[in-house]
Design a protein around this ligand. Structure first.
Ligand code: PLP
Length: 469
């Protein structure tokens, strides 16, 4: 593609993007296609000859778009937010144009140095102590994997990478049921095994029971096992549960465990000082992750991973074959802090976002989301046919439809959710809490307004009223 043609189609893509942002609110939030609908319209083999860009873009609209779920829709209240704000989209275009691999300082010094600075801005924004240093990972899952590997290596005196795990002690990792499934997956990949991920019971505030945690660690040690790591949740995915970091941290210190905090979703809210109590005690942690790609307007992917000792992380993940040695280096090579070698220039979009909005506007957005979620939860709690199951944690709460005389509420709520999402005006998802099927509601989308949240409540009541009990 020559430069003029590139310019022409890039401008078309910009127009397409702007039009998408203007019209997304008119589309059904969740794709209304059935499994296989999209694939059936695509040729099974690739074209031998290049095709016209006009045709490719036409097929984007005709075939692909009907199968998209719109995460930028103002009435997206499902899962968690994944905001692609205009400044982050602009930066992402530039990142794509440069196509730089930012794995070593030498492979793009500006990318490394901007990453250091932008992550320190973020650290200050969320109130993490200056003892933490940050790196951008592609996802919270990768950050958690890096943390679990570091905890494993620390517990094995950094011999696991060399010797493997088969001859060594059995490594144990601890967390509550409220942590995200990425912890389970990291434990699998790290060779520790699901059986050695000890899920500790929670108290009535859905926090890890620290008495039970300590008892499990002591019992494991007595049994000859090797306690290595504890994972604390701040804003767990299911209901937004947050552990007491002071209490977990004290145990981690007492038993010399590596402590990782997963605040993937909730971490962004820490830019508001009134939410910082959620991380009281974080100075006791070794590792902390949150995702600006969720609630801080930086499009996927951009996960901020902070560690107290980069030395341990680098000792776990650095590998230096001859072909990666640099003639000039500051010694700071972020690929040595991550599982993948190749790294996109993600700091650029973070820098664009923070500079373009300023921290105060970001705070205001989060405050609005939390306020609207709380107001809706209040209204739902006042309705005789609905009940709040878990109170708002920041901007996330769970509820269910519970009219008098219905025996199978799980089935009723599953049908309600399916009908709501089939309607298309809003999008919600479910979880299970204390054995019950419940509906999650989170507010976190950049374009959501108070009216969108109000409309959601209208839709929920209208559709609930139309269901057979
Ligand atoms: N941890 C928590 C608490 C989450 O809510 C999520 C995603 O929902 C993750 C981890 C996984 O995040 P990522 O997709 O960045 O791996």
């Amino acid at each position: 593609m020559d430069r003029e043609t590139f310019k022409h189609w890039s401008h078309k893509a910009v127009d397409w993007s702007a039009n998408y942002m203007e019209t997304v609110a008119d589309k059904p939030v969740r794709a209304q296609t059935r499994p296989g609908d999209i694939a059936a319209q695509l040729p099974p083999s690739p074209p031998e000859a290049g095709e016209d860009m006009a045709q490719i873009l036409a097929d984007l609209d005709r075939i692909i778009m009907p199968g998209m779920t719109h995460w930028q829709h103002p009435r997206f209240f499902a899962y968690f937010p994944a905001n692609a704000s205009p400044p982050s989209i602009i930066a992402e275009q530039i990142t794509a144009a440069m196509g730089a691999q930012c794995m070593l300082w030498q492979t793009s010094p500006a990318a490394t140095e901007l990453e250091t600075v932008a992550l320190d801005w973020l650290r200050q924004m969320i109130g993490l102590p200056a003892t933490f240093e940050g790196v951008i990972q592609d996802s919270a899952s990768s950050a958690t994997l890096a943390a679990i590997l570091t905890g494993r290596e620390r517990a094995l005196s950094f011999s696991g990478n060399q010797r493997g795990l088969s001859q060594g002690p059995t490594i144990r990792v601890y967390c509550s049921e409220q942590v995200h499934s990425s912890i389970d997956k990291a434990v699998w990949i790290a060779g520790i095994g699901q059986d050695n991920l000890v899920k500790i019971a929670t108290n009535d505030r859905h926090q890890i029971d620290t008495g039970a945690l300590e008892a499990a660690i002591v019992a494991d040690r007595q049994a000859g096992l090797r306690p290595a790591t504890v994972i604390a949740a701040v804003g767990g995915t299911s209901i937004g549960a947050s552990d007491n970091l002071n209490a977990v941290g004290a145990i981690a210190r007492r038993h010399d465990l590596f402590m990782h905090v997963d605040a993937a979703w909730a971490g962004s809210a820490l830019i508001c000082p009134e939410h910082r109590h959620l991380i009281d005690g974080v100075e006791l942690a070794d590792s902390f992750v949150f995702n600006p790609h969720k609630w801080l307007l930086t499009n996927f992917d951009c996960s901020a991973h902070f560690v107290r000792s980069p030395v341990d992380l680098v000792r776990t993940l650095a590998i230096q074959p001859d072909y990666l040695r640099s003639q000039t280096s500051t010694g700071l090579n972020y690929s040595e802090w991550s599982v993948p070698l190749g790294r996109r220039f993600r700091a650029l979009k973070l820098w664009f976002v923070i500079r373009s909005y300023g921290v105060e506007a970001l705070r205001q957005m989060i405050r609005n989301h939390c306020l609207w979620a709380n107001e809706l939860a209040q209204k739902i709690s006042e309705h005789k046919d609905f009940e709040i199951i878990t109170q708002p944690a920041l901007s996330l709460f769970t509820f269910r439809y519970a009219p008098d005389g219905v025996a199978n509420l799980d089935d009723l709520n599953a049908r309600l959710l399916s009908a709501i999402n089939g309607d298309g005006r809003i999008y919600l998802t479910q979880t299970r809490h204390a054995g019950a099927y419940v509906i999650r509601f989170q507010v976190g989308q950049l374009y959501t307004s108070e009216q969108d949240v109000a409309l959601a409540w209208d839709v929920i009541r209208e559709i609930a009223g139309s269901l057979d009990a």
